[in-house]
Design a protein around this ligand. Sequence first.
Ligand code: MN
Length: 229
Amino acid sequence: MKKIHSILLTGLFALTLVMCNNVTAKNNENNNSKNNVNMKFEKVALPYETDALEPVIGKQTVELHYGKHHQAYVDNLNKLVVGTKFEDADLETVVKESDGAIFNNAGQIYNHNLYFTSFKKNGGGEPKGALAEAINSQYGSFEKFKEEFNAAGVSVFGSGWVWLAKDASGKLSIEKESNAGNPITKGLTPILGFDVWEHSYYLDYQNRRADHLKALWSIIDWDVVSARY
Ligand code: MN
């Protein structure tokens, strides 16, 4: 009887040791995964309240688009770069040099950081300074430029972006991009981008992309956008 008791006790002791080891292993795993995930890629802080762009971009759209979609790109990229050559690269380098899933998520972080900082409450009006001069000189007028930009945005098939970009000499161009595309991959500098993914307008405009693009001009922060030229 004593022997059985002693065997049981030894067994219990061994079991306790195994369980403790498991807990320790789990803790190490958690710590390691925390240390391994590079949290350097972040989304830009939203420079206005989530309802500031109403009614052009509704509060719920901003909450989902900035809070969920944009956050998902950031979370995805931080996981995807672990163990790759992009682990310590800056975002622009990742966008220029990657492809596949890393490019898609990096591109979307870069695009949405530009996008969400292009607006403000009671924005609108017209471009300023050198950008205004370049638009007038190349497109004839701001109105004509807007028409051409909107038409390009409407004609992007499926998900993507329409961008105003400049080259090294300051020459402007309107660039249509699919999915996560951005003109920096062509050596151009993006000035302004309208998101034509349905997630950016569907709650407010349903299928009326053209109406949404027309309305976006009334919330542009031209101080910020003109300074990118
Ligand atoms: Mn988007």
